[in-house]
Design a protein around this ligand. Structure first.
Ligand code: SF4
Ligand code: SF4
Length: 318
C-alpha cells in the first residue's frame, strides 16, 4: 500500500474521505445490506492493496448515462469521490475532470501501462451497423474513434470487462425491436471478434449501485465471481424475485392488486414480471434501502436478456 501521505491520499483528505475511511464505510454498509460475501473484514486489506494496481477504466457507448447516475447514488461518502480518488477509476466520461485529446491519450496510456490488469467497465450498447459510426466516442490524430473501435482495442488489453447495465450486457433499449444501429452487448460483440477477455454482466436498467461496486470489489479481491448462464454474478442475480416476493402468499391465495396504489395484493395482473426475473431487489431494495419497484409499481424484468421487448407492454400481464 502507498504511504498515506502520497498525493492521491492528500487529495482524498481534501475531499473529506480517506482510503481507509471508505473501506470502513463499505465494509459496514455491506454487512447491513447482505453483501458480506463480498465485503468481509478479511478482504479489506486485500482490496486496499489490489486497488493500487488495478485501475478501472469506464467507457460509455449507446446509453442514457443512467447506470452512472445510479452508481453516483451509492452510499455516503459520495461515490464520485470514492471512484475518482479511491477505486482508481481513472477514466469516466461523466465524472472525470479532463476531456478531449488529453483524456483519450490518458485512457490509452493507462490501458497500455496496465495491460492485462485493468478492468474495463462498459456502459451502453455497442452499435455495429454502418461501421460503428452511430456512436463516435472521440477523435485522435483527426481520426474518429467509434465505440466499437474502443471496445475492441481496450477489451483486448483488459484483464476483465464489466458490462454495466442491460444495454452493455445484452443490448437493452438500443437493441429493442427495429435496432437500426445494430446495437449489441459486450459478450456478443466479443464473440463476433473472437475476444477472449472474461466478461461480467451487471444488468439492470439501471443496475443497483451495490451490484456495480460489489462486482468491482469482487474482481479486485477475489477474482471473477461465479456467474449464471447469462453471465451475471450469482451473488446478486441468483434468486428469483417472485419466489422471494413479500406478496407471494397473496399470489398463492389468489389475492391480486387491482391498481398500483393498492398496498396489498400480488401485482401479476398489473404486469409484474417477477416470476421471470432473477435479482435480489426484494431484499436489497433501492434508494438506500427505501423501497423497490414492486412496492409502488411492478417488476418489469429490467435485468433479463430479453428486456425491454420481452417485458413489453410493461403494465400488462405476461
Ligand atoms: S407482485 Fe410480482 S413478484 Fe410479487 S408475487 Fe406477485 S407476480 Fe410475484
Ligand atoms: S424489481 Fe425488477 S424492474 Fe425493478 S430493478 Fe429489480 S429487476 Fe429491475
Amino acid at each position: 500500500m502507498k504511504n498515506e501521505q502520497t498525493l492521491p491520499d492528500k487529495q482524498q483528505k481534501k475531499l473529506g474521505i480517506s482510503r481507509r475511511g471508505f473501506l470502513k464505510t463499505i465494509t459496514g454498509t455491506a454487512a447491513g445490506i447482505g453483501m458480506s460475501q463480498v465485503f468481509n473484514p478479511a478482504l479489506v486489506s486485500a482490496l486496499e492493496k489490489a486497488l493500487e494496481h488495478h485501475p478501472v477504466l469506464w467507457i460509455q457507448g449507446q446509453g442514457c448515462t443512467g447506470c452512472s447516475v445510479s452508481l453516483l447514488n451509492s452510499v455516503d461518502p459520495s461515490i464520485a469521490d470514492v471512484l475518482l480518488k479511491v477505486i482508481s477509476l481513472q477514466f469516466h466520461p461523466t465524472i472525470m475532470a479532463s476531456e478531449g485529446k488529453t483524456a483519450l491519450e490518458n485512457l490509452y496510456k493507462i490501458a497500455e501501462e496496465y495491460k492485462g490488469k485493468f478492468s474495463l467497465a462498459v456502459e451502453g450498447a455497442i452499435p455495429m451497423a454502418a461501421g460503428g459510426k452511430y456512436c463516435i466516442v472521440g477523435e485522435l490524430d483527426h481520426k474518429e474513434i467509434t465505440m466499437a473501435d474502443m471496445v475492441k482495442d481496450l477489451g483486448n488489453k483488459a484483464g476483465s470487462v464489466l458490462a454495466v447495465g442491460t444495454c452493455a450486457a445484452y443490448g437493452g433499449i438500443p437493441a429493442a425491436e427495429g435496432n437500426v444501429t445494430g446495437a449489441t452487448g459486450v459478450m456478443k460483440f466479443f464473440k463476433y471478434y473472437g475476444i477472449k477477455t472474461p466478461v461480467v454482466n451487471i444488468p439492470g436498467c439501471p443496475p443497483h449501485p451495490d451490484w456495480i461496486v460489489g462486482s468491482i470489489a469482487h474482481l479486485l479481491t477475489k477474482g471473477l465471481p461465479e456467474l449464471d448462464s447469462d453471465g451475471r454474478p450469482t451473488i446478486f442475480f441468483g434468486e428469483n424475485i417472485h419466489d422471494n416476493c413479500p406478496h407471494l402468499d397473496e399470489y398463492d391465495a389468489g389475492e391480486m392488486s387491482e391498481k398500483l396504489s393498492d398496498a396489498k395484493g400480488c401485482r401479476m395482473d398489473l404486469g409484474c414480471k417477477g416470476p421471470d426475473t432473477y435479482a435480489d431487489c426484494y431484499k436489497r431494495k433501492w434508494n438506500s434501502g427505501m423501497n423497490w419497484c414492486v412496492d409502488n409499481a411492478v417488476c418489469i424484468g429490467c435485468v433479463e436478456p430479453g428486456f425491454p421487448d420481452g417485458s413489453s407492454p410493461f403494465y400488462e400481464p405476461a
